[in-house]
Design a protein around this ligand. Sequence first.
Ligand code: UGA
Length: 432
Amino acid sequence: MNISIIGSGYVGLVTGACFAELGNKVICADNDTEKISDLKKGVIPIYEPGLEELVANNLKRKRLRFTTSIKEAVKESEIIFIAVGTPSLGNGEADLTGIENVARQIAINMSSYRLIAEKSTVPVETGEWVKHTISTHVKRNVKFDVASNPEFLREGCAINDFMHPDRIVIGVESKKARDILLSLYKPLHAPIVITNIKSAELIKHASNAFLATKISFINAVSNICDKVGAQITEVAEGMGLDKRIGSSFLNAGVGYGGSCFPKDLDAFITISEKLGYNFELLKAVKDINEQQKACVLGKLKDALWIIKDKTIGVLGLSFKPSTDDIRNAPSLDIIKALEAEGANIKVYDPQAMAKARSMLKNAKFCKDPYQACKDADCLLIVTEWDEFKELDFTRVKKLLKRPLIIDGRNIYDPKKLSKLGFIYIGIGRSEK
Ligand code: UGA
């Protein structure tokens, strides 16, 4: 099939590369000329395992093309995916300027039937506005369909998630749109949920909000564990084996971050409010997430008393492992709070340091985890990168000024570290 994807961010780029890999002819469009010129040379603006190879391979086979021209993309494709950003406005509302602009440009450049599918995460009823915008600007007699086809891929395992999804959601209003999307996704052999456009839009917001709720729930329980001396990892295991609950997304930690959960929660709360519903549950989910970051500072104060002039070695900047993305990363809030208390920060991350440098001007960026440990009063784990799980603890102990580890992601075995002479403090794992 001939497909274009408008917007070459995380979702757009992965979607484009994967559709090309499945044998389609794909045009990825973006108005960022520098990004497109890099992509044409196979230079990928983000760190995502396997993406560079996938793009290079499909560029070579001429199944994937990059352009800055929406006109060219619309002219040559029957299906057009909108995958532009929907960032948060100051009031939490999703900024849909990009979506409106793209919808208008698609309409102006359409001369025969096109299926326009929303890929970006959008508030419910955006499809209505996209339809209205296209109808207003399209030439008379040119037919089109709008569909909602939300994406559920995660950063760090985006290609695998795209190629092996738990489900594909298709929100459509016509048999033609339904048939086109069904045949496009046939090679993935995944369960397909067909709904109307509004339900599909809601499935995306509700799924992300539910996952964030699971995380805040387990983080809230971890606070109770800390107070009584129960073990959150055991509690989560015992809960997760109940098939109705499920064991994933029950890892307590320093809170969720990233470009999706915080923004989507805000947008879902705001659209609910606009529709006349006060989504208090999600407001509590947000509050708990903020408290969780503050809780790390509390643990440091309990262990070190005065933070001023103490050196803290921080491992991990990205909002989760296998990505260089630091958008809404808990690390940034935690480091800024520590710096505000007068701490000296030494930090290491395998991928995210380049992106973080301009945001953390006072921190010392280290070449490896051991340099971050040297002469530190405490080692703080913020992101659970695999390489942090296999540190040489004898070396770490020698380098640290005091053998204190605050494990913000519960990656270590507390007993093992205590045996090695460390004071170990995890999340929801205190001994009473
Ligand atoms: C999330 C969703 O998982 C995807 O399904 C969705 O497509 C994507 O948002 C999006 O809307 O584009 P992502 O933000 O890439 O994906 O990352 P996740 O793996 O979901 O992690 C989000 C945050 O939750 C991370 O900060 C992670 O550390 C945290 N988390 C996750 C926990 O603190 N505990 C857990 O048990 C799981």
